[in-house]
Design a protein around this ligand. Structure first.
Ligand code: NDP
Ligand code: 2IT
Length: 444
């Protein structure tokens, strides 16, 4: 059996019933095969892949809290500290019913390579809970966040592990989490990112992931003689990443015609009005179907996905495995020529393979959504220096980070004669950095 197959078998045996983690591990291992072939002897001796696939530390904990009816609720919290070769563990917290060991391991594993691509000094981690913030009052969310942090604070710190937001965790939740962290530790320090602008947050962090998706998409399109300008774009999701991807794509001259949530999608042939999306999602915390009551000419399709709408470019910005083979076939049949992932692993393996086989330009999330964590690292630096930078300065750095990622990803693919395969490029470029740092620090 090949070294890679051996390691994949080990991952399955040591982490049974973790389909998302297996999926992410297999994609990375398949991608780095040319590197493994080149250095197989030393990789086997140092057990490089076995090191890389096993988290350094993984915590799971009980989160008890009281709801508005006075009833005691119990959730499960996680923090997976996957790899600290390049810096303190860094990655978001997800509050969503789907959170379990599998989704946490997949996200923390992916985060390690993503963070390496940013060029910032950050290792990989992820956390969260199977708590569903939908429909909860502010007080319930606060009670949950306080209980969650009462356990988590023991394992994090500005030089240890720095969480941030992800699905279901935005500015409100980061505020409650930070307040409790401060109460427990008596320290005012940059242990979370995505903080409020009055208390240590960085300008442009809210926008960073979505803007970064557009910046790298433009690099990829330009290299192939295309541009976002004049393109029709479909976006899925209507959360943090989707909203600011819509905003920047439109600023860059694209027409974005969809947004969605887990219930259905909105089609607006005149171009999505991003102010209306912000009002519904950020202010009212409503459902995206409300859009059609406000914007004439738009329509809502319940229970359907955005991929059935003809487009030039697609940005999946919602959740893992939201774009499957049937969706990929729809996109290709309708003439889509580029997919840039805003979410983490939103495209199934079958769909990715199909898109690439059909010549669709495909940029994987670990490269294209890295702008969020990249700006989180800039927020950490600002906190350490007790300083503030302007929106334009941070945005310019974000642009530089995304261009840097594009260069690494495209060059790594070319080095192994897989020109244009940015999945392979991103995995190889991230892998090489992490492995070099681990080797220099000693494998045992
Ligand atoms: P939010 O919670 O702000 O938004 C998530 C959006 O996705 C909501 O509109 C949600 O709708 C929608 N959604 C969830 N499940 C589905 C589904 N099955 N089908 C369609 N829509 C769905 O999260 P973010 O925008 O922060 O995160 C989105 C993705 O981007 C995630 O994969 C995350 O890991 C990734 N990411 C986020 C970063 C960040 O900085 N926030 C950085 C890098 C990646 P509903 O309300 O119905 O659940
Ligand atoms: O998936 C991700 O990169 C994030 N949710 C952002 C992590 C961060 O630390 O800003």
């Amino acid at each position: 059996m090949s070294y890679i197959s051996n390691v994949m078998q080990m991952v399955r045996e040591m982490n049974p019933a973790e389909p998302e983690f297996h999926q992410a591990a297999k994609e990375v291992l398949d991608s780095i095969e040319p590197v493994v072939k080149r250095y197989e002897k030393e990789f086997r001796r140092e057990r490089v892949l076995e090191h890389l696939l096993e988290p350094e530390r993984s915590i799971s904990f009980r989160v008890p809290w009281v709801d508005d009816k006075g009833k005691l609720q119990i959730n499960r919290g996680f923090r997976v500290q996957f790899n600290s070769a390049l810096g303190p563990y860094k990655g978001g917290l997800r509050f969503h019913p789907s959170v379990n060991r599998s989704s946490m391991n997949f996200l923390a594993f992916e985060q390690t390579f993503k963070n390496a691509l940013t060029g910032q000094p950050i290792g990989g981690g992820k956390g969260g809970a199977n708590f569903n913030p939908k429909g909860k009052s502010d007080r319930e969310v606060m009670a949950f966040c306080q209980s969650f942090m009462t356990e988590l604070f023991k394992y994090i710190g500005p030089n240890e592990d720095v969480p941030a937001g992800d699905i279901g965790v935005g500015g409100r939740e980061i505020g409650y989490l930070y307040g409790q962290y401060k109460r427990l530790t008596n320290q005012y320090e940059g242990t979370l990112t995505g903080k409020g602008l009055l208390w240590g947050g960085s300008l442009c962090r809210t926008e960073a992931t979505g803007y970064g998706v557009c910046y790298i998409a433009e690099e990829m399109l330009r290299a192939h003689g295309r541009s976002l300008e004049g393109s029709t774009v479909v976006v899925s999701g209507s959360g943090n990443v989707a909203t600011y991807a819509v905003e920047k794509a439109q600023q860059m001259g694209a027409k974005v015609v969809t947004v969605s949530d887990s219930n259905g999608y909105v089609y607006d042939p005149n171009g999505i009005d991003v102010q209306v999306v912000k009002e519904i999602k950020e202010v009212r915390r409503g459902r995206i179907s409300e859009y059609v009551k406000i914007v004439p000419g738009s329509t809502y399709r319940d229970g359907k996905k955005v991929w059935e709408i003809p487009c030039d470019v697609a940005f999946p910005c919602a959740i893992q495995n939201e774009l499957d083979l049937d969706d990929a076939m729809d996109l290709v049949a309708n003439g889509c020529f580029a997919v840039t992932e805003g979410a983490n692993m939103p495209t199934t393996r079958e769909a990715t393979d199909y898109l690439q086989a059909k010549g669709v330009l495909f940029m994987p999330g670990k490269a294209s959504n890295a702008g969020g964590v990249g700006v989180s690292a800039l927020e950490m630096a600002q906190n350490s220096m007790r300083t503030r930078r302007s929106f334009d300065e941070v945005d310019a750095d974000l642009h530089g980070i995304m261009k840097g990622i594009w260069t690494q990803v495209s060059e790594a693919a070319a080095e192994y004669n897989l020109d244009g395969n940015y999945v392979v490029g991103a995995n190889i470029a991230g892998f090489q950095k992490v492995v070099q740092a681990m080797r220099e620090q000693g494998f045992v």
